[in-house]
Design a protein. Structure first.
Length: 407
């Protein structure tokens, strides 16, 4: 049996089918209707809307057969796809290309075939709308033309369905972004209003006078802390905006990652102890990386702040620095964890998990977004793993520092 040659654009054709999500073997009503019309118009007992995969042919619609696919060795439709033209085989037994085909020599004992290629808007042949009969015959020209029209309809429906799915995803994403925007506005309103209200109240008390010096000093410290909180929020928003616009200052240089981790842990220790948590570091003496030290300090501070904030009293936060196979830092906690369906969103701008909202845990939802953007800026990566109630692990990697030039 002669094998039908693969189309010249076979790789592009298979990619297109994959992108369209077309090779699902479940018969769909619209394609089933096209197969029924092809059978009725051509008065043929078998009709297929047939998509050509790598090794098999898949029936999106079928009449006269119970199966939903067949081997690529059945060559009628592959020949049609290769020639890119409507093909009619009046008598398969008299045609050397097809007389040894398994569906000619065996069940369903095909003698007649007519098929029209399904050519999409990118000029790629995705499959064939075809009919078979058990007896030799020919189709009138208008019936062949109707078969070609049905092939156009089939490929149009494939593309329309694909675009509809894309539109649904876009609309769902737009709805998510709209909700994130509203959530962000609520969060920022709270994060700004709370310290501003506190500052205003303490300033009013100071203006009224009559306070002893110690109380005035304590009030000034509260005002300073709340001012720092506002500045941190504004700095974070400005940093995220500059990272999104790719205008953030970036000065990579050989840097000791282990030392940066030691500094970050030292700065976070008081906060961890204040929450009755243990904070430990496991790091080598030195680990050189190519990085912007200021940006990496920000990343570590953010990850430690998150770990401490989302870990209940008595929990543990562990920082591990490793150099094999690549320089990496892992921050692991025993906190509340993240639901599996939320993990894909944690690096989105302004995203806050429902647990944070429910438990009124402070934050604006920009911390992990900034971490991810800083890692991308460095040519590194960041990964997060978490189980609800068991804790979270965030691991980022960086490029190693280039070897020092030989003297």
């Amino acid at each position: 049996m002669a094998q039908a040659p693969a189309p010249d654009d076979e790789a592009a054709r298979l990619r297109e089918l994959d992108q369209l999500g077309a090779l699902e073997v479940i018969a769909e009503p619209v394609f089933q209707a096209i197969a029924v019309l092809a059978s009725q118009i051509c008065r043929a007992p078998i009709a297929l809307v047939n998509l050509l995969g790598r090794d098999r042919q898949y029936f999106k619609g079928h009449v006269g057969v119970s199966s939903v696919s067949m081997d690529r060795r059945v060559t009628f439709c592959p020949y049609t796809a290769t020639t890119r033209q409507t093909l009619e085989v009046p008598d398969a037994l008299a045609d050397p290309r097809f007389r040894d085909d398994p569906i000619v020599t065996g069940d369903p004992y095909v003698r007649f075939y007519a098929g029209a290629p399904m050519v999409n808007s990118r000029d790629v042949v995705l499959g064939v709308v075809c009919v078979f009969d058990h007896r030799p015959r020919r189709l009138a020209a208008e019936r062949l033309q109707a078969l070609e029209t049905l092939a156009l309809c089939a490929v149009g429906m494939l593309e329309l369905r694909h675009h509809a799915r894309q539109a649904e995803r876009v609309m769902a994403r737009l709805r998510e972004l709209e909700e994130l925007k509203h959530q962000f506005l609520r969060t920022v309103n709270h994060e700004l209003r709370t310290p501003l209200t506190s500052i205003r109240s303490y300033l009013q008390l100071l203006q009224e006078g009559g306070l002893d010096p110690e109380t005035e000093q304590r009030f000034m410290q509260v005002i300073e802390r709340n001012g720092d909180r506002i500045l941190d929020l504004v700095d974070g928003l400005l940093l995220m905006a500059s990272l999104n616009a790719r205008t953030a200052i970036f000065h990579p240089a050989p840097t000791d990652l282990a030392e940066l981790a030691r500094q970050a842990v030292a700065e976070a220790t008081a906060k961890a102890w204040g929450s009755d948590q243990s904070l430990t570091l496991d790091a080598p003496e030195r680990l050189d990386v190519l990085a912007d030290a200021g940006r990496i300090r920000h990343v570590m501070a953010q990850l430690l702040d998150n770990a401490i904030k989302f870990t209940p009293s008595g929990g543990r936060v562990t920082v591990t620095v490793t150099g094999d196979p690549v320089p990496a830092v892992e921050v692991r906690d025993t906190g509340i964890g993240i639901e599996p369906d939320q993990l894909e969103h944690v690096f989105d701008d302004f995203y806050r998990a429902p647990q944070a909202e429910y438990q009124a845990i402070g934050g604006t939802g920009i911390g992990l977004s900034i971490v991810e953007k800083v890692m991308r800026m460095h040519g590194g990566s960041v990964r997060i793993a978490s189980r609800p109630g068991e804790g979270t692990s965030v691991r980022f990697t960086l490029p190693a520092a280039p070897p020092a030039p030989s003297p």
